[in-house]
Write a protein of this length. Structure first.
Length: 290
């Protein structure tokens, strides 16, 4: 066999060369990898092997139900049983990354528009009387932001901490400064009201809870509406910590906070949901009202 590199153009021109670069010699054999070489199966498997492997592969992928009904137009097949599904790993996008159930924002459903409108109206009324034209009206969004900051301060265990430290540029959490300014927070905290102070005098002699009676009753009705209790219900007392001016603040040395407002609650035994509440008011008939 002549090789391309053995060709010498200096040979006699009269002597014809037998070399043809496009001619394939019968002596050259094409290299075929052995079956299983390099981890690959041979491309020249017998037809019998391919036929034998097809039914087994078909059984492992999916086996269609045999009984079905053909549609009138002949385009659709309706099977009596669904095809079996192979066990495989579920897609990561369908995995649950949160605890099932109500979200943390569901608690704000207890303070929906009937209560929020009353608080916003009474707060703006008191603020306009005290600061006149310098008062900036409060809306529902600002009121909800105020709620959120109070709850967040409790999460950070900031009870007794100075408010200025929460809005400090160096040590305070950035979310407080991003939500509202310290001046606006202090104004809402100072002027938040639940009733009209000028109309309170007529009810104060009969009801010691008159400053918050309207909002308190709406909130208790909201508790009853949002949940239906089971057959097991517990009635117990709770001392809400409070050291402000209140005519029915009690001192109980056995309680952790000692000073506060005593409230009787009716709770569901399974999830401890408060479905009804009544302030104690130094009387014994509050349990009968529950």
């Amino acid at each position: 066999m002549s090789n391309l590199f053995d060709f010498d153009p200096r040979e006699d021109d009269e002597e014809e060369s037998d070399f043809d670069p496009f001619e394939t010699s019968s002596d050259d054999e094409e290299y075929l990898p052995a079956p299983g070489e390099n981890g690959e199966s041979s491309e020249y498997e017998s037809d019998d092997d391919v036929v034998d492997n097809e039914p087994q592969q078909h059984e492992t992928t999916c086996s269609e139900p045999k009984e079905f009904v053909l549609s009138k137009d002949g385009k659709y097949c309706y099977y009596f049983e669904p095809p079996p599904q192979l066990p495989n790993r579920s897609n990561a996008s369908f995995a649950l990354h949160e605890t099932p159930g109500p979200t943390l924002f569901a608690s704000f459903l207890l303070f929906m528009e009937p209560i929020e409108k009353t608080i916003v109206e009474m707060t703006n009324l008191y603020g306009s009387r005290k600061y006149k034209e310098l008062w900036l009206p409060v809306d529902i969004a600002s009121l909800r932001a105020y709620y959120g900051l109070l709850i967040l301060a409790g999460v950070y265990r900031s009870h007794g901490q100075c408010i200025n430290e929460l809005w400090d540029d160096q040590t305070g959490p950035p979310i407080f400064r991003a939500t509202m300014t310290l001046k606006k927070f202090k104004l809402i905290n100072e002027c938040i009201r639940f009733d009209d102070k000028e109309q309170r005098k007529g009810f104060r002699s009969r009801d010691k809870l008159a400053p918050i009676r309207n909002v308190y009753d709406k909130w208790v009705n909201r508790l009853k509406m949002c949940y239906t209790v089971g057959k097991n219900v517990t009635v117990d007392e709770q001392l809400v910590p409070f050291r402000g001016r209140c005519p029915f603040t009690q001192y109980i040395p056995s309680k952790p906070h000692k000073y506060g407002i005593k409230i009787c609650n009716r709770c569901d035994k399974c999830i401890t949901y408060v479905c009804n509440a009544h302030h104690f008011k130094l009387c014994t008939n509050c349990i009968d009202k529950l």
